[in-house]
Design a protein around this ligand. Structure first.
Ligand SMILES: [Zn+2]
Length: 447
């Protein structure tokens, strides 16, 4: 098997993946208090593609992405809509699945919910209390941070710069302000709670990931991932909880950079395209995926209209190449070496921009001088970055579809949106998706 290396946040080193065939990956998923935004989609895409790449290399990867469905923000949002919080969280979790389904990358192997992991959570907290790493106070349970010598090793912060970001009301219950909540006593106004040895209450956020990772992947697993905004306090606290309870936990910590956007500006101009579902409506899944892998996963990525337009152009270039090239040859030497460099880029800390550059070099060479077996190699490459649908759907719209599109434009101009939607549905039946881009509407084969 090819050696695959990932930059580990804890050691700062490029670490080779363990040589065992089975690779467990745990990535922190969303808290479902609203529709997810493009920033939540980045780790989803990166870790789904990483799983696919590892499988392609002969590993058996298991990817777990949790869903946080108990949280203060969920109570608050449910109050705003006058719904029971359970019902609200269920709806938002379904919307999350729907939105991420549209990325066309499949599902993780497991997607545990916090509300379905209470037993494991209570068990882990009990062990921490018994061993003196945690204590009960006023129906809450807190982790005793100074009992764990390695605290701070992931985020490298000085203790005076550590703020657990917990509600002010819990301050008087803590022995030390560094401590953080594992369990919170039920409060008036909260419409869900669970029994525990410390009374009715609910788990804190950090403990759910320690419990779920162990339930799904065992006490030691290869990769723990998530956004770099989770390094402190969330991941620091996960390490403390699991290691203090005698679990070796994750071997490699893999963090993606944040998506940076002028959210206010972008939501003012054209609906809230920072929301994943709207970005998908506007740019289509291929361009959204192409955008999300256009930068190295560890670096921040700017979400701008220009960046998305560039992604659309790249996708269109690939689509045109596949339309215009019909060779059924098997790859010759040049195509093979190109594929080798593409895989090597992904094996080297999952360098998707370097892999994309390789892909476009091959497309250019094939366009200029012809490369034996370029089409099948490009198709294989696209399969590893979630864009294989470009190879399957390369048809051009026929006269009927073009006529319908023109009719839809007229209906929209006349503000007959009902008719416009009917035509959109009819086009979908014919296998076409309408994309309303800055340069007008066009038809794209449905994935
Ligand atoms: Zn987590």
């Amino acid at each position: 098997m090819r050696e695959i290396r990932i930059r580990d946040t804890l050691s700062g080193q490029l670490c080779p993946l363990p040589t065992d065939k089975e690779i467990g990956i745990y990535a922190c998923g969303p808290t479902v208090y609203s529709r997810i935004h493009i920033g939540n989609a980045r780790p989803y895409v990166i870790f789904m593609l990483l799983r696919g790449f590892l499988d392609f290399q002969g590993y058996t990867a298991k990817l777990v992405i949790n869903v946080t469905d108990i949280n203060d923000k969920i109570y608050e949002a449910a109050r705003q809509t006058n719904e029971p919080s359970e019902e609200f969280a269920r709806k938002m979790a379904a919307a999350y699945r729907e939105d991420t389904d549209r990325l066309g990358l499949g599902r993780p192997d497991a997607e545990p919910l916090a509300t379905c992991t209470i037993e494991g959570i209570v068990q882990l907290i009990s062990e921490l209390v018994e061993s003196g790493h945690a204590y009960e106070s006023g129906g809450d349970v807190y982790f005793r941070v100074r009992s764990f010598d390695d605290y701070g090793k992931l985020s490298n912060r000085r203790t005076e710069d550590m703020d657990q970001g917990e509600e002010a009301g819990s301050a008087s219950l803590k022995e030390d302000q560094l401590d953080f909540a594992l369990w919170k006593a039920h409060k008036p106004g909260e419409d869900t709670s669970w029994p525990s040895p410390w009374g009715q209450g609910r788990p804190g956020w950090h403990i759910e990931c320690s419990a779920m990772a162990e339930t799904e992947l065992g006490a030691s697993f290869a990769i723990h991932g998530g956004g770099s905004d989770l390094i402190f306090p969330h991941h620091e606290n996960e390490i403390a909880q699991s290691e203090a309870a005698g679990r070796p936990f994750a071997r490699i910590w893999m963090h993606n950079g944040m998506i940076e956007a002028d959210a206010e500006k972008m939501s003012k101009s054209d609906g809230n395209i920072f929301q994943l579902s709207e970005a998908l409506d506007r740019y289509g899944r291929e361009a959204v995926v192409a955008f999300l892998i256009s930068g190295h996963y560890r670096q921040p990525l700017s979400f701008t209209e220009t960046a998305l337009q560039e992604a659309c152009v790249r996708v269109e270039r690939l689509r045109n190449f596949l339309r215009e090239t019909s060779d059924a040859e098997s790859p010759g030497l040049e195509a093979e070496s190109s594929m080798e460099m593409f895989e090597a880029a992904l094996a080297d800390d999952f360098n998707t921009p370097k892999a994309l550059a390789q892909l476009f070099d091959l497309v250019s060479a094939a366009n200029q001088t012809g490369v034996e077996g370029a089409r099948s190699t490009v198709t294989d490459m696209l399969g590893l970055i979630g864009l294989e649908s470009l190879a399957n759907a390369t048809a051009r719209p026929d006269d009927e579809a073009e006529a319908l599109l023109a009719e839809r434009q007229e209906a929209r101009a006349a503000k007959d949106f009902e008719r416009a939607d009917e035509i959109r549905d009819r086009l979908a039946e014919l296998g076409w998706e309408v994309r309303d881009g800055a340069d007008g509407a066009k038809l794209v084969p449905k994935a």
